[in-house]
Design a protein around this ligand. Sequence first.
Ligand code: URA
Length: 267
Amino acid sequence: MTLAMDPRLIAALLDWQAELGADEFIGDVGVDRFADPVAAAPAPTATAAVARAVPTPVAAPPQVAAPDPVAEARALAAGAQTLARLAEVQAAYPHCELRKGARNFVFCDGNPAARVMVLGEAPGDNEDRQGKPFVGQAGQLLDRMLAAIGLDRASPDPAQAVYITNVLPWRPPGNRDPEPAEIAMMLPFVRRHIELAGPEVLVLMGNHACQAMLGQRGITKLRGQWTEALGLPVLPMLHPAYLLRNPYAKREAWADLLALQARLEQP
Ligand code: URA
């Protein structure tokens, strides 16, 4: 807005300003004090716009690290110096959801001093009820297979005894396959279990035990081929549950049992 002003009034205003001390120019361009302040404001620079957009920093709340179930399992397992302690810390391990649906924690059966340790997959219904591995139909077949080469889980003599555990200590619902995350969480406990028991030979029953210990599947190819894990001789075998469904495969299982027996008889 431009105001038409009386030149005498303008002169009087200038005189008055000079008397107040405003007696020199400080800019080449006059400032229109009556202009719309918003419209007249210079366009903000990009830097100024960013500066306005960034909120004043407030103290961040302390970060709570998400738990790493596998790292926790490793630390717990490594801290266990006896099988009894390992069973305690594994049973109390909170990150595996399977524990919520299981009746019992299934840790082991047999003689921990045995030369032979058997690693199965997971408890089934009977194992879940009794809290012991391999006590159902597949377990009874396992006992007969071992008896055929003079081994017995109940033997007090380590030379004839067998020690048995599973990859998972809790029954998966509906006997479904173990999930990779469940195997990953339980693996540190399984490895420590084997270390603490210290068998001479480890038998891996079926695909899931091979997956856990060897990182491989394909039991019909792996079976009967001696390999190594944790510095131990390892023999993959067909799972007794597979043999119940595929009785013709008992021939291969028999060959593998003889290979185990021959290994145990080596001087
Ligand atoms: N099958 C397994 O692998 N483990 C058991 O304990 C029972 C059946």
